[in-house]
Design a protein around this ligand. Structure first.
Ligand code: CTP
Length: 403
């Protein structure tokens, strides 16, 4: 009963994912939580107050100006008489209202009035998730300290369209609720960490670039896991399509040079975890104008120049963090190459993984890694990237605190 005695105010806003919130209520209650539901007007187009009331065994709150509810509880009490406000699903429109502090319905008023932690589980069409307005609202909300879980990529329920926008699964949302409400140990409290993640884009001309298949999933998960253990985390991310993780300061960059600058300007730090798949080469002199095809002429040769090695720079820096972790993306001789990188880059730990296409690691959800340190190696089983991140964060905390 991880949520025994916990009171969750669940705001269900109006999207097709609202049907999953019925299961979410069940899952929260199974773990001992009391769930008080607020459902918006548009959510009632998808689910009925009767179903929500039956599953939650609670009164269902729907209106800001309900004579009965306002006298009985009122939005201020609703906002305070809980341990956490959970918005699931959070539609694009709800996020926009939250970002602007609109209180024109009960959900809005509760969200504005609450002094409790707020967790939202966005769900919307991928185009809406990618829209500049939603990006802006997300970053405003994260800046306001709102916690975010999901959305995930995959096929959409209504349109079959692929992309990012599916609400996190009820059990994932429950896990995020548990994590927020049972803070647990914070072995990295007071420690500063820098994490790099994702690919870099190296311009050829204003419209073309060199890139790689990194999704940023592993690096972002590590940033979030370090933050969960109490570290103050700066994530320097190359161009990715996944959301910024909660509780982390994210700096967005494009090229290896920019990434290096962002990383070194955040030193000193206690921990550095360099996960990014930094492009080894950039185009020596990228063109300021789009390179045009010249009839009858051979394609333009691309002259490459070596990019700075960020991990190596950090590993040998005068402000070298006390614990430096690198990754080794290999397609063969994983252990041997990992060991070589440990020494060459000045790292305390190399997380080596096989990124051959058949492993599905690049861009995928799972990873199988080998930890290589001076005093030995450790092989982990095939795990979800979030789990690799949690184990790695715990390992870093243990080793750092033993130094
Ligand atoms: N790395 C970096 N800057 C670079 C290249 C790599 O910071 N310019 C970091 C990566 O973030 C990773 C580690 O170095 O932590 C190893 O990256 P990897 O691509 O496996 O190795 P490379 O150093 O690029 O060597 P190679 O391409 O020969 O395998």
């Amino acid at each position: 009963m991880e949520l025994h005695d916990k009171r969750i105010l669940l705001i269900i806003s109006g999207g097709i994912a609202a049907y999953k919130s019925l299961d979410l209520i069940r899952r929260l209650r199974e773990r001992g939580a009391a769930v008080r539901p607020v459902i918006t007007r548009s959510a009632q187009e998808f689910i009925t107050p009767l179903a929500v009331g039956a599953l939650s065994a609670s009164h269902v709150y729907t209106d800001l100006f309900s004579r009965e509810d306002e006298q009985d509880v009122g939005h201020i009490r609703l906002a305070r008489e809980c341990d956490l406000v959970l918005v699931a699903p959070a539609t694009a429109s709800r996020m926009a209202k939250m970002a602007h502090g609109l209180a024109d319905d009960l959900a809005g008023a509760v969200l504005l009035a609450t002094d409790r932690p707020v967790l939202m589980a966005p769900a919307m069409n991928p185009k809406m998730w990618d829209a500049p307005a939603t990006r802006r609202n997300l970053s405003t909300l994260q800046g306001d300290g709102i916690h975010v879980i999901g959305p995930k990529s995959g096929e959409m329920a209504e349109s079959g369209e692929a992309g990012t926008g599916r609400m996190a699964e009820p059990l994932e949302i429950v896990a995020a609720v548990v994590a927020l409400l049972s803070p647990g140990e914070k072995p990295l409290a007071g420690k500063r960490a820098i994490v790099t993640s994702g690919p870099t884009h190296e311009p050829i001309d204003p419209v073309r670039y060199i890139a790689n298949r990194s999704s940023g999933k592993q690096g972002h998960a590590i940033a979030a896991a370090l933050a969960k253990l109490g570290a103050e985390v700066t994530l320097v991310s190359g161009p990715v399509t996944i959301p910024d993780p909660a509780g982390v300061r994210t700096v967005h960059v494009e090229t290896a040079k920019d990434m290096l600058l962002a990383v070194t300007s955040h030193l000193p730090a206690d921990i550095a975890v360099m996960v990014a798949a930094v492009a080894d080469w950039r185009v020596a002199s990228s063109s300021g104008q789009k390179i045009k095809k010249q009839p009858g002429e051979a394609p333009p040769p691309l002259q490459l120049a070596e990019n700075p090695d960020i991990l190596k720079t950090v590993g040998h820096h005068e402000n070298r963090p006390r614990f430096v972790v690198g990754f080794a993306a290999e397609t063969q001789n994983v252990e041997e190459n990992g060991r070589r990188k440990l020494a060459a880059k000045g790292a305390d730990l190399i997380v080596a993984n096989d990124v051959s296409p058949q492993t599905g690691v690049m861009g995928g959800e799972r990873n199988r890694v080998m930890l290589i340190a001076e005093n030995g190696i450790e092989t982990w089983p095939d795990l979800d990237k979030a789990e690799v991140a949690e184990r790695l964060a715990a390992t870093i905390a243990k080793r750092l605190n033993a130094l």
